[in-house]
Design a protein around this ligand. Structure first.
Ligand code: PHE
Length: 353
């Protein structure tokens, strides 16, 4: 190095001294920077584009030719040294920051439980019902929520001017197009597409212009069931329902068929089960009657077979429809249907399993 300075003329020597000073001052400033902000200030001052080092480097071309290589080399070395000092201080500061962070964590705090999602209680009921029916040969299918009047009413033997059509409190989307008021239209759709034997369960949303109150929702699930073949009779119908009731509510649960009316079944029935809460003794769930209604059902009316092009002389069948929200309410003693549809996790989280 003495060699180099020795080679420099007056101006060059002066610059070499300045470079040495920049290095010692710069390294000190960088190494002593107390935080990222101070480090950045030192970097701008000593390594920045308008810093002294950069100015010297830019002026090298103006030096006498014999001084240029000496000053140039020295300037490069100083720059490298300053960059090293910057980098190592930067790493140090990062390390210190991480350490401070770790120390500020209170390791004695109790852990936060992981949030677990689950299946909605109504979906649980739907899945269980469909699984039980699948054991006796029913497949799970779906149909559209936007339906035509034909499938929702006419094909099901409900004339549009019949009071049964009014009773459904239909949401119309357009002329002749509506939100299905029950899952029964899927019966007609499937029969049109497939020849018997048919055994299906059809879960899905239905819509009615009902008040949103403790026992009604304007959008609610139903599960439809349909079995059609040659020789399907009332005995098979009853035993399928009994099989389901025993599986779902328990072996001791009794069923009761009460005569009813649906345009698409004949005879029609409402099916009650002995109250699973009090075993039929009478409680608040069954309003002291000992029985709870779980579905509408019946033997498929021949008029429906005619509408879908089946031979009513050859085929017979049964159909049923139930409301899984109501069944979830019975099962969990939920007093208000609206709880099931509000999406409040504090309520829903109770059913995660
Ligand atoms: N679709 C009827 C309803 O919504 C229920 C039902 C289905 C009744 C199938 C009989 C047979 O009320």
């Amino acid at each position: 190095m003495s060699n180099e300075s020795g080679a420099a003329t007056g101006a060059g020597r002066d610059l070499l001294e300045r470079l040495d000073r920049i290095r010692s001052e710069g390294v000190a400033a960088l190494e002593e920077a107390g935080d990222e902000e101070q480090l950045e200030e030192a970097r701008v001052e000593y390594l920045g584009r308008s810093g002294e080092l950069a100015t010297i480097t830019a002026g090298i071309g103006d030096l006498p030719p014999e001084d240029r290589p000496v000053v140039g080399r020295r300037a490069n070395r100083v720059k490298t040294r300053l960059q090293e000092a910057h980098e190592s201080r930067e790493r140090e500061l990062e390390r210190e920051a991480r350490k401070r962070e770790a120390e500020s964590r209170d390791l004695t705090l109790p852990g936060r439980a992981e949030w677990r999602g689950g299946t909605h209680p109504v979906t649980q009921v739907i899945d269980e019902i469909c699984d039980i029916f699948s054991e006796i040969g029913f497949s799970r299918v779906r149909g559209p929520e936007a339906e035509t009047e034909w499938y929702n009413f006419t094909a099901l033997n409900i004339p549009l001017d019949h009071p049964a059509a009014d009773m459904h409190d239909t949401f119309y989307l357009d002329e002749g197009v509506l939100l299905r008021t029950h899952t029964s239209p899927v019966q007609a759709r499937i029969m049109e597409e497939h020849e018997p034997p048919i055994r299906i369960v059809v879960p899905g949303l239905c819509y009615r212009r009902d008040a949103f109150d403790p026992s009604h929702a304007p959008a609610f699930e139903q599960i439809e069931g349909l079995a059609v073949d040659e020789g399907v009779d009332f005995v098979e119908f009853r035993s399928a329902i009994d099989f389901f009731v025993h599986r779902f509510f328990g072996e001791d649960t009794r069923t009761r068929f009460r005569p009813s009316y649906f345009p698409f079944t004949e005879p029609s029935a409402e099916v009650d089960v002995s109250c699973p809460m009090c075993d039929g003794a009478g409680c608040s769930t069954c309003k002291n009657s000992g029985w709870i209604e779980i579905m509408g059902a019946g033997m498929v009316d021949p008029a429906v077979f005619e509408a879908v092009g089946y031979d009513p002389e050859r085929y017979t069948g049964y159909a049923f429809g139930m409301g899984p929200a109501r069944i979830a309410m019975i099962r969990h003693r939920i007093p208000d249907m609206r709880l099931l549809y509000r999406g409040d996790v504090r309520f829903l989280e109770q059913f995660v399993r």
